[in-house]
Design a protein around this ligand. Structure first.
Ligand code: DAT
Ligand code: MG
Length: 151
């Protein structure tokens, strides 16, 4: 129904807000089509659920605090091999290890404030996309809304 997708969000913060244009340029230049997009501030509960698989990590509370500190630009992106190609484009979680020219190499401030999220599997991409967007907020290649909700 949807083709190959990944879910991303440009993370909160002044620096990331300033870099939204260049980051979007990188994404579209690399062949990703924007299927859905919105600027949204997560509630604490939502961030806790989104990162619940990391709840046993020492950095979890700080991560939730950071991710709720301002709005994120959430997007569903469509491309062949969307998940793995996007992980390559964003680079390593740790920006000091991210390859030159990757989004995290260019725009991350720190390991925590690493500019951008990218799904790590097709299954999680579908879950994360559904967490942020209803099908009526998603548009296919022909510019048509997915109307599965109302069929
Ligand atoms: P990724 O975002 O590359 O998928 P992840 O899912 O392991 O990485 O972690 C989610 C986010 O948590 C990551 O983007 C930044 C933060 N994070 C990960 N490891 C961290 C650490 N050791 N210290 C502080 N923050 C960390
Ligand atoms: Mg992850």
């Amino acid at each position: 129904l949807y083709g190959k997708i990944t879910f991303t969000m440009i993370k909160p913060g002044e620096r990331n807000q300033e870099n939204i244009g260049p980051i979007l340029t990188k994404i579209t230049e690399n062949g990703f089509r924007i299927e859905a997009m919105k600027l949204v501030k997560l509630r604490t509960k939502q961030a806790e659920v989104f990162y619940s698989h990391l709840s046993d990590k020492p950095f979890y509370n700080d991560l939730v605090k950071y991710m709720t500190s301002g709005p994120v630009l959430a997007m569903i992106l469509e491309k062949e091999n969307a998940v793995s190609d996007f992980r390559v484009l964003i680079g390593d979680t740790d920006p000091t290890k991210a390859k030159e020219g990757t989004i995290r190499n260019l725009y991350a401030e720190s390991l925590q404030k690493n500019a951008i999220h990218g799904s790590d599997s097709d299954e999680n991409a579908a879950l994360e996309a559904g967490f942020f967007f209803s099908t009526s907020e998603r548009y296919n290649k022909n510019g048509e809304c997915f109307l599965k909700d109302t069929w």
